[in-house]
Design a protein. Structure first.
Length: 245
């Protein structure tokens, strides 16, 4: 990943934190954008030459523009964008409030769209790549995930359109659906133990993934030249939990 400069949203913790660390360890420069300033500063301090941190809410359009500017000012260009951050609340469909829908769509769908638009001019110069995040929960219609699932499928739809429209710009857009044991998933497991057991039992590889070893390398692959003939694809990094055809 030498010569790559990548923005990772939600890049301070969870899967995003693992992506930030893994890309930097492979030689990339990374700007992690996250609400969590403490975690962000801590991750930047692990490799200050390669990892920069910007505190910000990715649902705000000006944060996306500032992040692109900061990545280019600091590291000279932008070659990749990873739209990983997504906040949501889990509850039955009929209990979703307007705020629940807004939280999921503003952070998941709008955050992704804002960063894609802001990054496009720079990715055009470098023939860069975008990795957006979907979810097996959305593909399978997991109960209690209405706002999350709807926003995730909106992200996949947006990604396929961008893959088609921006192919002539040399910009590739792919989607990763991970399954990984992060702090967020541990909390979900506590709140919905039955659903957790159901998910774990259905994973052919028999475990939830490790964010750094099982998910981050797939993202690195989709950002790099080894995937130069792939765009518009949904790639499952989920132990075989969902097998797309
Ligand atoms: N963990 C899984 O197994 C799993 C499964 C399917 C999909 N996903 C998807 O993978 C991605 C990462 O998941 P995760 O489990 O690491 O999530 P997480 O909730 O553990 O971490 C998300 C990070 O995003 C940051 N964040 C949240 N809202 C933000 C905002 N508005 N602005 C900036 N930063 C914000 C948080 O501070 C945190 O550091 C998400 O898109 C998630 O939907 C995860």
């Amino acid at each position: 990943m030498r010569n790559h400069v990548v923005i990772v949203t939600g890049g301070a913790a969870g899967i995003g934190g693992a992506i930030t660390t893994e890309l930097a360890s492979r030689g990339a420069h990374v700007l992690a954008v996250d609400l969590d300033a403490e975690a962000g500063q801590a991750i930047a301090a692990t490799d200050p030459d390669r990892i920069a941190f910007m505190e910000g809410d990715i649902s705000k359009e000006d944060v996306a523009r500032e992040a692109v500017k900061m990545a280019v000012d600091r590291f000279g260009k932008l070659t990749g964008l990873v739209n990983n951050a997504h906040a949501s609340r889990q509850k039955p469909l009929l209990d979703h409030t307007a705020e629940d829908w807004a939280l999921s769509f503003d952070t998941g769908f709008r955050g992704t769209l804002n960063f894609m638009k802001a990054a496009h001019p720079e990715l055009l110069k470098t023939k860069g790549a975008i990795v957006n995040f979907g979810s097996g929960a959305a593909l399978n219609g997991q109960p209690n995930q209405a706002a999350y699932a709807a926003a995730k499928e909106a992200i996949r739809g947006l990604s396929r359109v961008a893959a088609n429209e921006w192919a002539e710009d040399g910009i590739r857009v792919n989607i990763v659906c991970p399954l990984a044991l992060t702090e967020g998933v541990v909390k979900w497991k506590e709140d919905h133990p039955d659903q957790y057991d159901e998910v774990a039992a259905k994973v052919p590889l028999g475990r939830l993934g490790d964010p750094q070893k099982d998910v981050a390398p797939v993202v690195a692959f989709l950002l790099g030249d080894d995937s130069r003939y792939m765009t518009g694809q949904t790639v499952m990094a989920d132990g075989g939990g969902t097998m797309l055809r």
